[in-house]
Design a protein around this ligand. Structure first.
Ligand SMILES: [Zn+2]
Length: 115
């Protein structure tokens, strides 16, 4: 079987640079931000810690996004990145919006409406 082309590895140097840039900026996790959770990333955590920093492609590589262009990249927690899997940014925002419907305030509103 032919070896699969992996742009992350092929452009390793560009990838390392953009990773260093996101880290230097101390960027928060974009997925936690979407969900209104504390989004700070502890950049000192080891890479296999669920809270560790990972570079996340907004348009996944599998959908043609660039793994090393700054504009396509954001910082994310390892656990958030794993949860996101291959969901699009729009899908993540849609889920966040949907969950916000279930805040206590809205539940009491719907109860009022049911009376
Ligand atoms: Zn996160």
């Amino acid at each position: 079987m032919a070896k699969k082309y992996n742009p992350r590895v092929t452009n390793g140097n560009a990838r390392r640079k953009v990773r260093a840039r996101l880290k230097a900026e101390g960027r928060p996790c974009w997925i936690c931000e979407a969900f209104g959770r504390p989004a700070e990333i502890d950049y000192s955590l080891s890479h296999n810690n669920p809270g560790a920093f990972e570079v996340d492609e907004l348009i996944p590589v599998s959908r043609g996004g660039s793994p090393f262009e700054y504009s396509n990249l954001a910082a994310a927690h390892r656990r958030c990145n794993q949860w996101r899997s291959n969901r699009s940014v729009e899908e993540v925002f849609a889920i966040a919006r949907k969950r916000k419907l279930y805040t206590e305030k809205n539940i009491s509103t719907s109860r009022t409406w049911l009376k």
